[in-house]
Design a protein around this ligand. Structure first.
Ligand SMILES: NC(=O)c1ccc[n+]([C@@H]2O[C@H](COP(=O)([O-])OP(=O)(O)OC[C@H]3O[C@@H](n4cnc5c(N)ncnc54)[C@H](OP(=O)(O)O)[C@@H]3O)[C@@H](O)[C@H]2O)c1
Length: 243
């Protein structure tokens, strides 16, 4: 099978207190997720399609502010047929897009802020300067303040309680992924392995941040599928975090 179908997953019920959290990333064979500053060029058009298909399953699509600054962020499906799957199930055509930031220095000219064909919310740490929060509000996107030092659990709680989210799809980047692993709030990881070598000592991997796990504490994952695509040379991997 060259291309799997990512449009209809039956994810388990969310764990108590938060939505079900699924990360999706594309990675080179040497474990890097960035080439020349963005992920563009690691994955094929098929990988891009799978990213959009995964969004069909999500209530919220989250990106870290670093990803928004480097690559932009949105929750668009980009295909009426994918939107129809959602609307047929009584959902809005696109999930809610979300971005999280500590300092709020965000590119307000980006589609994330200017588009009106999808809803979006901006999560800002309590430490973010007030004028930056006000500038975000002026774009028409709502701002939710989060307690400094406990942003990610509070954000997930808000998504569940206020947005009614059962499934949150995290599209990076490495720092947000690390933050979510650090609080044991990742349930699944979809990973496209791209047949390319990036190199570079400091080039970002899929999970960045300051925390390095030990052999004892490293999250262990169970493989749910591994689907090769001889056409693109990619392998599409799906893992579930073992608990
Ligand atoms: N290969 C892939 O699939 C893939 C996917 C996504 C991104 N990427 C690449 O990854 C790079 C960006 O990754 P990154 O790790 O630098 O950035 P990131 O994870 O997207 O975002 C990091 C930013 O998120 C905010 N943040 C982090 N922890 C937070 C917390 N606890 N509370 C509130 N805000 C928090 C901070 O924003 P502020 O600095 O605004 O305070 C931080 O700088 C880009 O080059 C992008 O192209 C690759």
């Amino acid at each position: 099978m060259a291309k799997p179908d990512y449009t209809s997953f039956a994810f388990p019920a969310p764990p108590g207190g938060r939505p079900y959290v699924v990360i999706n990333m594309v990675m080179s064979v040497d474990g890097k997720t960035v080439i020349e500053e963005t992920e563009a060029g690691i994955g094929s058009a098929v990988d891009q399609r799978l990213m959009r298909e995964l969004r069909v399953n999500a209530d919220v699509v989250l990106a870290g502010a670093g990803t928004l600054r480097a690559s932009g962020a949105s929750s668009r499906l980009g295909d009426p047929a994918l939107e129809a799957i959602r609307t047929g199930a009584g959902k809005p055509p696109s999930p809610v897009a979300a971005v999280v930031s500590r300092m709020g220095d965000l590119p307000l000219e980006r589609i994330f802020f200017t588009a009106r064909d999808f809803d979006a919310v901006v999560y800002l740490s309590a430490g973010c300067p007030e004028e930056r929060a006000a500038a975000v509000v002026a774009t028409g996107r709502p701002v939710v303040r989060l307690p400094a030092g406990a942003e990610l659990p509070a954000m997930l709680r808000h998504m569940r309680d206020e947005l009614g989210a059962s499934v949150v799809l995290v599209e990076g980047g490495p720092e947000i992924n690390a933050g979510l692993f650090a609080i044991d709030a990742v349930d699944e990881l979809f990973l496209t392995l791209g047949p390319v070598v990036v190199g570079g000592r400091a080039t970002l991997s899929g999970v960045g941040g300051d925390l390095a796990f030990t052999r004892e504490t490293a999250p262990r994952l169970d493989l749910l599928h591994a689907i090769p695509n001889p056409g693109t040379g990619e392998v599409y991997l799906r893992y579930r975090v073992r608990r």
